[in-house]
Design a protein around this ligand. Structure first.
Ligand code: AKG
Ligand code: FE2
Length: 311
């Protein structure tokens, strides 16, 4: 397998054993797979992109009025050059918005999962933004069912661990690069923090994943395929059977550098109280447990947000 494969998720219903085996093999090898046949309507994806682009086109002052200081950007707007990949000297060349899960305000997780805010200037931002959040959440749950079966867990293993997940939809804008010889990149090499990430519209060039051989492999999707990758929380829970793979977004070395790039990752997180200890099914003589301390997903998230300078 030289390239990250594209697999049709409808085969989970029509050809389950082979699909689960192929998906599992792609994740063990790359930590990444592209998913087609997902059924998310084109109109929802295009409509959401359109509202996000109109938001990023607003004046800086207006956008900054949606920054919520002291919250790590958990909701609302985070400006250009704030997030900095772990161990990087230079901030990323991106601005973004965060939409979180709507939960009852008397939920035990209410304190760590604040209500969403919405930009009043952009009419359909909320229905498109939350519509895409819910569609990707459901697709993520389908991918997690296959990932569970592949490591001998019950199909619904992740259900009660993600139904209140502190997940985030992150529309990103990478503006045109106008400065010559800039040391910053669009997104420095990093691993995602969460269980799995679903990335809609990685069709514009730039995304690269680090292979086991240490080479950077570009990913561009076919058709409407969605890129789905493993994050550090699932890597920890599965004792690295599912690897969280480094990836980055490079600056184009051609005229495309003068064009903006937009992307929308959905970071599917576990519920805040899920303990991320390696599962017994993933510990063996060849792969002894790699962790001897316990941590909840909320504690883990707080540690990681400090490392990337969001809190
Ligand atoms: O913009 C992309 O294609 C990838 C973004 C990404 O990796 C991230 O935000 O974690
Ligand atoms: Fe990422």
């Amino acid at each position: 397998m030289k390239n990250v494969p594209t697999l049709d998720i409808r085969r989970y219903d029509s050809d389950r054993a082979a699909f689960v085996a192929e998906l599992g093999a792609a994740y063990r090898e790359f930590g990444f797979c592209c998913i087609s046949g997902h059924g998310i309507p084109r109109e929802l994806i295009d409509g959401a992109y359109d509202t996000f682009q109109r938001f990023f086109a607003l004046p800086t002052e207006t956008k900054l009025s949606y920054r919520v200081p002291g919250t790590g950007g958990a909701r609302g707007y985070t400006p250009f050059k704030v997030e900095t990949a772990k161990d990087s000297k230079h901030a990323d060349l991106k601005e973004f918005w965060h939409i979180g899960r709507e939960i009852p305000r008397d939920s035990k997780f209410a304190e760590v999962m604040p209500p969403n805010i919405w930009p009043s200037e952009i009419a359909d931002f909320q229905p498109y933004g939350y519509g895409l959040f819910e569609a990707l959440d459901q697709l993520g749950s389908r991918v997690l069912r296959a990932l569970a079966l592949h490591i001998d867990l019950p199909e619904n293993f992740f259900e009660d661990k993600t139904d209140q997940g502190n997940s985030i939809l992150r529309p990103i804008h990478y503006p045109p690069i106008t400065e010559e010889n800039i040391p910053n990149v669009r997104a420095g090499a990093h691993e995602d923090i969460n269980f799995i990430t679903l990335l809609v519209g990685a069709s514009a060039e730039g995304l690269e994943v680090l292979t086991r051989d240490g080479e950077w492999l570009p990913i561009t999707t076919e058709g409407d395929a969605i890129v789905v990758n493993i994050g550090d929380m699932l890597q920890r829970l599965t004792n690295h059977v599912y690897p969280s793979t480094s990836h980055r977004v490079v600056n184009p070395q051609n005229d495309n550098a003068r064009k903006p790039r937009y992307s929308v990752p959905y970071f599917l997180h576990p519920n805040p109280d899920v303990v991320l200890d390696p599962l017994p099914q993933t510990i063996s003589a060849d792969n002894p447990s790699r962790y001897d301390t316990s941590i909840t997903s909320h504690e883990y998230l707080m540690q990681r947000l400090r490392e990337i300078k969001l809190i």
